[in-house]
Design a protein around this ligand. Sequence first.
Ligand code: ZN
Length: 308
Amino acid sequence: MNKTVFTNNPLNRTANLRNDVNWINSIKQDQKTNYIIFYNEKPLINPSSDHSKNSEIKLFNFNQLGNLLDEAQYLVFLGQNEGESFFAVDLSNIEQIKENKNIIEESKFIDVRSIAPNLSSESTGILAQAKSMISWNNTYTYCTKCSGVKLETKDAGYKKLCNSCKTEFFPRVDPVVIMLPTYEDKCLLGRQKIFPPRMYSALAGFLEPGETIEDAVKREINEESGLTAIDVEYKFTQPWPFPFQLMIGCLANVENDILNLDNDELEDAVWLSREDLNRVFVGKSPQRIWIPPAMAIAHQLIVHWMHN
Ligand SMILES: [Zn+2]
């Protein structure tokens, strides 16, 4: 992979220590502990105006945040790296935070998707975890069994407990299969109506309960293109924190190249050879086709297929 995002999280999650309240409280106050603050699910970023330099996540220590930590909506322990601990803090409930010059200085709350290509690969890995955890905490606030009962947050942000029926809720990940159908020396790229003009990409869909990855790939390919996949090869995954998806990248050989598109899913699809794709990469495709940027797993799957 050339430019990876969300896949290179350097933190040791030390998941076995999350339920140790005394330990969590002691590292909260450690001066080497780093806090990443979020407002409306956007992290605070120090943007770089120099194109040759990465933007950076703005990090705070315990003293800098002071009593904001007591008011925080959620505090999630992320893990440790090189002797330092990291927390994500949701301050969305503090409206005036945006005007707090001591905190904000030159930094900005920027959505993770748009800032990811300008951050180090490790920073995007940390944000994939932090953003998904903040989103999960914001989404699961009431018990689904007892109406109106607010859940208590436990285990440093990784568990929610209903004190009425004692049900425990854990962070969720939604798996999505994303795949490139291949036939002989070409691969298929499709176009959804919602895509920007002339953009084509790999096919994708949510995995359903009780389904293997292979079956989901075969089903989605058949539903969208009418093709029959005969073998499916898993390649790599990418966390996609919008809000908590996992993209599972696969290649799939298909029986023949006869398309029967479901126009509700795809408005067009094209078979492209490696030579065609080389022209796409240099902006010389006859149909002016382009593909998603390097941060997307679809891009990485296409590159992987081209070089194998
Ligand atoms: Zn309940």
